[in-house]
Design a protein around this ligand. Structure first.
Ligand SMILES: Nc1nc2c(ncn2[C@@H]2O[C@H](COP(=O)(O)OP(=O)(O)OP(=O)(O)O)[C@@H](O)[C@H]2O)c(=O)[nH]1
Ligand SMILES: [Mg+2]
Length: 548
């Protein structure tokens, strides 16, 4: 239509010929309002379109796997490599988590000593889940079922050997002097946990079978729930934890665990450094721990060998400390990482081509990484995140694991420690591995995830190495392992084969897959793995989006 031609619709918009000045004012006001509303709608549509366009180019990666398999630790490695500024800003606030990890170890030892002094019997071994054949399509997001005791599992108490004669006034004194640390621990727990205390996967630790719970008011463990804590919003928890102040060791209760009059948790911990060191280095204490099958040095968040460095007033966590710190994830944590083209290898090569073609110049720059809680009770929270996922990084523990629960009668402190007890280890290990296989099977078989690349980390290779070196025979714990060599490479090959078979059988369609043997607390080695993973995810993403 030419610019000079009359608008045929103008008649519909024209004011009535007999319009009064009042009507005119009213009409004009209505027109202004209509225009405003129309503009708002247009803006919103534009924003939505832009967001949709941007969203299309966001790479979504989910970290999945059992509890304590190393998901959060892997994510820490990612952030250390590719979100350095945010990582540096957050590092200091991990101090309270590391302190809590230390306090947990100390109060556990104190509890053990008390149990030994009281000549408490060691509880019978925990009944374990019977090994069942892998069932196709087993849903993993169901609430946990109570676990029946293993068929034919014998429970006979470990013989009582009172060490009380070796426990002297020195131990009483240490116990007395370190006793108040429990209050600091309680306070840190309360702050870091933000009341988000949930029941934990019984299958992973056998605690479900025993039934413990963490009392949110006192922060102490009582039967029927679990002795760890978790957070929904990590940053919030870290911030709160880092400001923890507690009542003085000399007596008065803290107000909400803190307040102006309280001592800083760091001061109290620094003040107890020599006593904590004396406790941990005491030979009799080591014998008691061994007797009660507590291998703290192999447990998550172990820092007792670093007390000289960490129990200081001016302690600042190092990268390695943060990587080794243990804070259980509950719910789903989302992390955004923006990759800069110059640092992204394959991505850097492709960007000019993509931009020249005018398509998806931003493709693959923005990543959303989702870290989830791995215990059975929180797996239901994974499902809403399965949509539109580019890759799954699945963490499985390479190390045969036999959680052994020591039950303390007073104010119970259950501790799952990776150590081998011949009787228990066999069942527990198989169950744990079975759970991991079932989980992997469910993830591989999910139709929602059919197009996602699958990346498997067989993690905790350092522990595997350590255990094999100590003489543990894999076939004892995993009968199907047969007569294969009892060395790291053979075990990894065997596990990889199993996981690969499941992937092939269960995947709804052909997909990319990658397998890595990892020790994600080794940040240097992991940096290389993470880079390879990033590049392959990106390559697959660009291919799938027809941008490559
Ligand atoms: N020795 C050793 N420890 C590891 C390794 N990977 C992780 N850890 C430690 O194991 C503990 C548990 O790791 P997380 O990353 O918190 O486990 P997760 O899978 O996030 O566990 P949830 O949050 O409970 O699901 C932490 O204290 C880590 O430092 C490893 O390769 N070797
Ligand atoms: Mg985690």
């Amino acid at each position: 239509m030419g610019a000079t031609e009359p608008d045929p619709f103008a008649i519909f918009h024209a004011p009535p010929p007999d319009e009064t000045p009042g009507e005119r004012a009213e009409r004009e006001a209505k027109e202004v309002e209509a225009k405003r509303v129309s503009d708002v709608i247009d803006d919103r549509l534009r924003a939505e379109k832009l967001a949709l366009k941007k969203d299309k180019y966001v790479v979504r990666v989910l970290l999945l796997g059992q509890a304590e398999s190393g998901k959060s630790t892997t994510l820490k490695n990612f952030r250390m490599c590719y979100a350095r500024a945010a990582w540096d800003a957050e590092r200091g606030s991990w101090r309270s988590v590391i302190q809590l990890n230390i306090l947990r170890s100390i109060t556990t030892i104190v509890e053990v000593l008390q149990a030994e002094m009281d000549d408490e019997p060691i509880e019978p071994d925990t009944p374990t889940m019977p090994f069942s054949p892998l069932t196709p399509n087993t849903p993993f997001f169901e609430p946990p079922r109570p676990e029946p005791p293993a068929l034919g599992t014998k429970t006979h108490p470990i013989s009582k050997q009172p060490l009380s004669s070796l426990l002297t006034d020195k131990h009483q004194l240490l116990k007395h002097r370190l006793g108040p640390l429990r209050r600091v621990e309680t306070d840190l727990k309360r702050r870091l946990g933000e009341g988000a205390v949930e029941e934990v996967d019984g299958a992973a630790t056998n605690l479900g079978a025993l039934g413990f719970r963490l009392d949110p008011d006192s922060g102490s463990l009582v039967r029927k729930q679990k002795g760890e804590w978790g957070v929904r919003r990590l940053q919030d928890a870290l911030e709160k934890g880092s400001t923890a102040r507690v009542g003085s060791l000399r007596g008065h209760e803290s107000n909400d665990g803190g307040g102006e009059g309280g001592e800083d948790a760091t001061d109290i911990i620094a003040g107890c450094r020599e006593d904590m060191k004396a406790l941990w280095s005491d030979e009799v204490v080591r014998v008691v721990l061994k007797k009660r099958k507590l291998r703290l040095e192999d447990s998550a968040g172990f820092f007792l060998d670093d007390l000289d460095r960490i129990a200081q007033r001016n302690y600042e966590p190092s990268d390695d400390d943060v990587v080794r710190a243990r804070l259980r994830t509950l719910g789903v944590q989302e992390y955004r990482i923006s990759f800069e083209p110059q640092n992204t290898g394959i991505f850097a090569e492709r960007i000019p081509i993509l931009e020249a073609g005018g398509i998806g110049g931003d493709a693959g720059k923005e990543w959303l990484l989702y870290d989830v809680g791995g215990s059975r009770t929180v797996r239901h929270a994974w499902l809403p995140y399965f949509d539109n996922v580019q890759a799954i990084i699945f963490l499985a523990r390479a190390s045969p694991h036999s959680p052994f629960i020591v039950v303390f009668p007073h104010n119970s402190t259950p501790t799952a420690v990776s150590c081998f007890d011949e009787r228990l280890a066999e069942d527990s290990k198989i169950n744990r591995l079975e759970d991991s296989f079932l989980l992997w099977r469910s993830v591989c078989g999910s139709k929602l995830l059919a197009k996602a690349s699958m990346i498997l980390f067989l993690n905790k290779c350092d522990l595997l190495k350590k255990k094999l070196k100590s003489g543990v025979q894999v076939k004892t714990h995993l009968p199907s392992y047969g007569e294969r060599p009892n060395d790291v490479n053979a075990v990894l090959k065997y596990l990889k084969g199993k996981f690969r078979d499941i992937l092939r059988q269960q995947s709804p369609e052909l997909r990319q897959s990658y397998f890595y043997a990892t020790t994600v607390i080794d940040t240097k080695a992991t940096a290389a793995t993470i880079k390879a993973v990033k590049d392959s995810i990106l390559r697959d993403y660009l291919k799938s989006a027809d941008l490559f």
